[in-house]
Design a protein around this ligand. Structure first.
Ligand code: ADP
Ligand code: GLC
Length: 485
């Protein structure tokens, strides 16, 4: 049985700031169900210590650069048979706030030390040096917080094959040379063909340079990051990896049990392709929730997002404001949190159109399901989108996505051109340019089609019939593991 150590800094339902957490539970669960022996390793954040039922210490390790011994705790990921290892360093992880910082004051100042420690612990587990008698064949790391682990074990003779998955190249874990010195890392890492990146230390480069293979979360994003526009200065290195056959794009899947309108515990009325009319009960419920008129004829637009530039929130605000100013029968329901200026802009839009716009600033799992179920259209005009999960959830819930044609959005949504509608493949609305005009044009197309209920219904059914479960994508990871073992 193949052994995989899967390392991530956030795992649903324990700790989540975005899609990384969803993937870090749903992919391991799929691999476990396919017969792999997979263990997840993550930091023992306070939420994990409080939220997990049975936790037991299984090992104590000593890490270079840290004076105190670190415990490895073991638990099971809720609702799965997957073993979870937690790196327990109370000084670093048992504190208030999210995994990376406090909502008001931003990132923790010691994040470099926290995730260097995490990476060092991953390395010890990957080399079977924790006394747990479990030697993985594959170490699968995710995003910069785990980036030092492949670097730390690169020269070890009996190491597992290493894979590093890029979920978002925009977050690289960049720190100064002083921080590098304070972390007590080998001097040989300070090299342009190592962790050094234009005078700074890059955690991400630990993965990009030293891992045996790189993946990212959609085929289109895998191509995009090899170009200047999306590469953040790493495009040369990534193009080289692509040429070497060491960079693969694998589209994320979704957890079909968690996101299933037929059994969803959070929504007012469950529905499926057989009783699609029940979706309307959820539409009325979401309108009520946001104190908007319960009007079936209004096209309800949904937005659930981290409120950051990546997600094109400004583009949405402009485009939707124009549509609302034109007096068109649309409503907007938003759930999100992030940059204060975007939060404020959303509130302003609500104040301007109180009977058309509903806004909930914050993070709310149940409400995110209710919006997916109740809206007619889902908005995702991202400037870049490595994969994106919400458009996949939207398809499953028959909530047609309006997306920018980039990354995973390009790979998962089929535009409602006349041809695609006729051959029964259309599932949403795409536009190319990052402008509010381009988005408005896509919204107009959605509005037109919404006036033709039979055509709209056909698209909703096509969307709901798409299969973006992990079935296919987890096999792609397994083939990759086979190749590398
Ligand atoms: P990203 O990881 O870039 O934020 P994804 O689309 O991959 O984008 O994943 C976002 C995940 O986070 C989805 O599961 C989405 O439902 C969830 N999410 C984002 N913002 C919120 C929020 N304010 N409340 C609840 N869930 C949210
Ligand atoms: C990142 C990306 C998002 C992707 C998620 C999971 O947060 O921004 O596009 O879906 O990771 O891979």
């Amino acid at each position: 049985m193949r052994k995989i150590l899967f390392a991530s800094s956030e795992v649903h339902p324990l700790v989540k700031t975005g899609g990384l957490a969803d993937v870090s539970s749903s992919l391991p669960i799929a691999l476990h169900q396919n017969g792999d022996d997979i263990r997840i390793v993550m930091p023992a954040y306070r939420q994990c210590l409080e939220g997990l039922k049975k936790i037991e210490p299984v090992a104590t390790i000593k890490l270079e650069g840290f004076h105190l011994p670190i415990e490895i705790l073991q638990a099971t990921l809720p609702d799965s048979g997957v073993t979870l290892w937690l790196v327990h360093s109370p000084e670093h992880f048992d504190r208030e706030g999210g995994p990376y910082g406090l909502p008001q004051s931003g990132d923790f100042e010691d994040n470099a030390a926290r995730f260097a420690l995490f990476s060092r612990a991953i390395a010890v587990l990957a080399l079977d040096q924790a006394g747990l008698d479990w030697q993985p064949d594959i170490l699968h790391c995710n995003d910069w917080q785990t980036g030092l682990a492949p670097a730390l074990i690169a020269d070890e003779p009996h190491r597992p094959a290493t894979i590093f998955t890029i979920h978002n190249l925009a977050y690289q874990g960049l720190y100064s040379r002083d921080v590098f010195d304070a972390l007590d890392l080998p001097e040989r890492f300070w090299h342009s063909n190592g962790l050094e990146f234009y005078g700074l230390m890059s955690f991400m480069k630990g993965g990009l340079i030293y891992a045996d293979h790189l993946t990212t979360v959609s085929p289109t994003y895998a191509k995009e990051i090899c170009n200047y526009e999306y590469g953040y200065g790493l495009e040369g290195l990534l193009s080289l990896r692509a040429q070497q056959g060491r960079l693969t794009g694998i589209l994320n899947g979704i957890d079909n049990n968690e996101w299933d309108p037929e059994v969803d515990r959070y929504i007012k009325k469950t529905y499926s392709t057989n009783n699609i009319r029940n979706k309307l009960v959820n539409k009325a419920a979401i309108q009520r929730h946001f104190a908007l008129p319960e009007n079936y004829d209004a096209l309800v637009l949904g937005l659930i997002s981290r409120l950051v530039s990546q997600k094109g929130v400004d583009i949405t605000l402009d485009a939707v404001a124009k549509v609302l100013e034109a007096g068109v029968n649309v409503q907007l329901v938003c759930l999100g949190s992030g940059e204060a200026s975007y939060e404020q802009d959303l509130r302003i839009l609500r104040a301007r159109f109180p009977d058309k716009v509903g806004v909930h600033i914050g993070y709310d799992e149940a409400l995110s399901h209710q919006i997916e179920a109740g809206a007619d259209v889902f908005l995702m005009p991202s400037r870049f989108e490595p994969c994106g999960l919400n458009q996949l959830y939207s398809l499953r819930y028959g909530t047609l996505p309006v997306v920018r044609n980039t990354g995973g959005l390009a790979d998962s949504v089929v535009d409602a051109t006349e041809e695609n509608r006729k051959n029964g493949t259309a599932t949403g609305f795409k536009f190319d340019l990052s402008t509010s005009e381009a988005m408005e044009e896509a919204l107009d197309r959605a509005l037109d089609l919404f006036q033709r209920p039979r055509l709209w219904r056909n698209m909703v059914l096509t969307a709901m019939e798409q299969d973006y479960s992990w079935e296919k994508s987890s096999k792609a990871y397994q083939q990759l593991y086979d190749r590398l073992e």
